[in-house]
Design a protein around this ligand. Structure first.
Ligand code: 5GP
Length: 174
C-alpha cells in the first residue's frame, strides 16, 4: 500500500492568510510587549512565517508539548516536554498552534499559563476542526476552519513525516 497527499490548502493560500493574520495581530498589539509562544513541534513553520508578518516588537519562546503518540487519536493527556525559557508574568501572550482539534491541548495550556500571571493570553491557530471539539476553546486569531480530516504538511506530521511539505494536504492510501 502506498500513500499520496491530496492538497487541501496551497502554499499560496497559506501565505496570503498568514500575512492577514500578522497584520491583524500587529494592529491589536501595537505598543505592547507581545510574546509568541510556539507550541512544538507542529507550529514551527507557521510561527516562523507568522512572526515575520507581524510588524513591531515580538519576543518568541518555545513550548514542547506531547499529546499524540505515533497514531492519529488524541490521548487527552498533555505532557510538557520543554518549558518556556523565561517567565511570562505581566506579558501579553499569544499561543501559536498548528491546529485545534479536540481543544484539549489548548485548554490545558490556557489553564497552565493563567497560573503564571501574564497580562493577557490569546490563541492563534492556523487550523481549526470544530467537528471534533471536546471542550470549548476560543481561537482569537484563526487561519482556516477545516473539515474533519487528518492533515499533514506545513509543520504537521504523520508519524514524524511530511512536516516539510510547503502545503497542507490529506494523506490518502492508494
Ligand atoms: P487537540 O488537543 O486539540 O485534540 O490536538 C492538538 C494537537 O493534535 C495539534 O497541535 C496537533 O499536533 C495534533 N493534531 C490534531 N489534528 C491533527 C491533524 O489533522 N494532523 C496532524 N498532523 N496533527 C493533528
Amino acid at each position: 500500500m502506498s500513500e499520496r497527499i491530496v492538497t487541501m490548502l496551497s502554499a499560496e493560500q497559506i501565505a496570503a492568510r498568514v500575512r492577514e493574520l500578522g497584520a491583524e495581530i500587529a494592529k491589536e498589539y501595537k505598543d505592547r510587549n507581545l510574546v509568541l509562544v510556539v507550541v512544538l513541534k507542529g507550529s514551527f513553520i507557521f510561527a516562523s512565517d507568522l512572526c515575520r508578518a507581524i510588524e513591531g516588537n515580538v519576543r518568541i519562546d518555545f513550548l514542547g508539548v506531547r499529546s499524540y503518540g505515533e497514531g492519529t487519536e488524541t490521548s487527552g493527556v498533555v505532557q510538557i516536554t520543554q518549558d518556556l525559557s523565561r517567565p511570562i508574568a505581566g506579558e501579553d501572550v499569544i499561543i501559536v498552534e498548528d491546529i485545534v482539534d479536540t481543544g484539549l491541548t489548548i485548554a490545558h495550556l490556557m489553564d497552565l499559563f493563567r497560573t503564571r500571571g501574564p497580562r493577557s493570553v490569546k490563541v492563534c491557530s492556523l487550523l481549526h476542526k470544530p467537528a471534533r471539539a471536546r471542550v470549548g476553546v476560543n481561537v482569537d486569531f484563526l487561519g482556516f476552519t477545516i473539515e474533519d480530516k487528518f492533515v499533514v504538511g506545513y509543520g504537521l506530521d504523520f508519524a514524524e513525516r511530511y512536516r516539510n511539505l510547503p502545503f497542507i494536504g490529506i494523506v490518502e492510501r492508494t
